[in-house]
Design a protein around this ligand. Structure first.
Ligand SMILES: [Zn+2]
Ligand SMILES: [Zn+2]
Length: 204
């Protein structure tokens, strides 16, 4: 394992919360996509990720690895989830609109889903309680995996996305008094309100 991957793995585990095979696989896939586009980790919005993963399915941890590697995060809004529940994503270089899509080869992913880790998870064992001795070889396997055997990688293609400008101005909601960025305020009875008050939902 090279130094860069080792460091990212540490960051990834701290961020993700537990050790599992899917997060480090996401790390490696994110790095692979960056290598193909010849780009560095996003400091701001230099990169954009469109993830086809979703929620409520195995191996969703994959996306936390992609986020860690690419620097595409929900806070920076340079990521979007399609909720297709597929193990695939597209990385876009926003400066040049060059993009690459990576997906797990079906045979590889099927095998991964039969791993002892997933079996434990199916039985309801939380990931952090899976026996480390069982996990270690699976992790090592992901970290040393020959990616050409595991991934389908597209040609580099052009993907133009609409660029949105950041909003810096706020307005006070006429109903709750909280500040809302102008670009998301609504008008109710002629006054600006936040969407929580506009829809009549209680703030939670
Ligand atoms: Zn995980
Ligand atoms: Zn409000």
């Amino acid at each position: 394992m090279n130094e860069k991957l080792e460091k990212l793995l540490e960051v990834g585990i701290a961020f993700h919360g537990h050790r599992c095979p899917a997060m480090p696989l996401g790390l490696r896939c994110g790095l692979k996509a960056m290598e193909i586009l010849n780009v560095e980790r996003a400091q701001d919005k230099e990169l954009f990720v469109i993830s086809e993963t979703g929620k409520g399915h195995a191996a969703g941890c994959f996306l936390d690895g992609i986020m860690t590697a690419t620097g595409c995060t929900y806070g920076k809004s340079n990521i979007e989830k399609r909720y297709w529940n597929k193990m695939a994503f597209t990385l876009v270089d926003t400066k040049t609109d060059r993009a690459v899509r990576i997906s797990l080869k079906p045979g590889f992913f099927e095998k991964m889903l039969q791993s002892p880790f997933v079996q434990q998870r199916k039985k309801g064992v939380p990931p952090q309680d899976v026996d480390p001795q069982l996990l270690k070889p699976l992790l090592d396997n992901v970290l040393n995996l020959d990616l050409t055997q595991a991934l389908d990688v597209s040609e580099v293609f052009t993907l133009q996305r609409e660029k949105t400008k950041g909003c810096f101005d706020t307005v006070a909601c006429a109903q709750c008094g909280e500040l809302v960025f102008e670009n998301a305020a609504r008008i109710k009875d002629g006054k600006p309100v936040c969407q929580g008050c506009f829809g009549g939902h209680a703030h939670s």
